[in-house]
Ligand binder design. Sequence first.
Ligand SMILES: C[S@@+](CC[C@H](N)C(=O)[O-])C[C@H]1O[C@@H](n2cnc3c(N)ncnc32)[C@H](O)[C@@H]1O
Length: 252
Amino acid sequence: MAGLVAVLYGTAAYGVTLVALLYLIGFTGNLVVPKSIDSGAIGPVLASIVIDVLLIGVFAIQHSVMARQGFKRWWTRIVPASVERSTYVLFASFALLLLYWQWQPIPTPVWTVNHPVAAGALDAVFWLGWVVLVVSTFLLNHFELFGLSQVFMHLFGKQPPEAKFRTPLLYRYVRHPIYLGILLAVWATPAMTVGHLVYSLGITAYILIGIQLEEHDLIQQFGNRYRRYRRHAAMLVPLSCRSFAASHDADI
Ligand SMILES: C[S@@+](CC[C@H](N)C(=O)[O-])C[C@H]1O[C@@H](n2cnc3c(N)ncnc32)[C@H](O)[C@@H]1O
């Protein structure tokens, strides 16, 4: 019975996360959704900036704190380990939904690209970012990242496998392709506004800090394998064509 409840909870959390992520595309690109980054009632600029920064802060703190190994050890004394990841993605989705709801638009233009080819290129990079993000979740392990594997393993009485160090495809060149995808999507726009700039700067700061915390944990988890990986693969921007693959087989 407990296994079935965990599966229902995990599936619901996955559904909410998919909706929140789909909405994120519309929110960031001012596409389709009723409330986007540049739409809604306009308030005083300074108050809007403070509120928007706080909203990004809520997401960043939830995402960073709940992802730490120490927090997970404490948290799994309260919630069953099988639903720890589902709870994490559910809380992250709530933080995103709060951001969409309370976001204060500041539509003053920062840059506007009118040339159709240049604007089209920026739109293409925006979509490329989302494709990189989604593909990378599958490269790493989509269903584990979003907590579904854990609840089904629990249902079938299996222990979750040990976390595996993986470097497939994009991960051979870049250590954080999911974050790279987000950065492409939040910066590539033909119509940058002050509100969108606050959003892009906030998310970039969160990603740069988040990477430090995540890599600290990955070194604890995988030791010298991750240290070696750091020497061979770029953090975010693959400036040279060097891949981790060349050194990979000999080292691991
Ligand atoms: C939201 S994912 C982001 C992964 C990566 N930072 C990226 O941008 O593609 C975070 C999870 O991925 C795991 N992770 C990151 N790099 C990994 C790797 N090379 N192999 C296995 N797990 C990894 C972390 O331990 C963490 O649980």
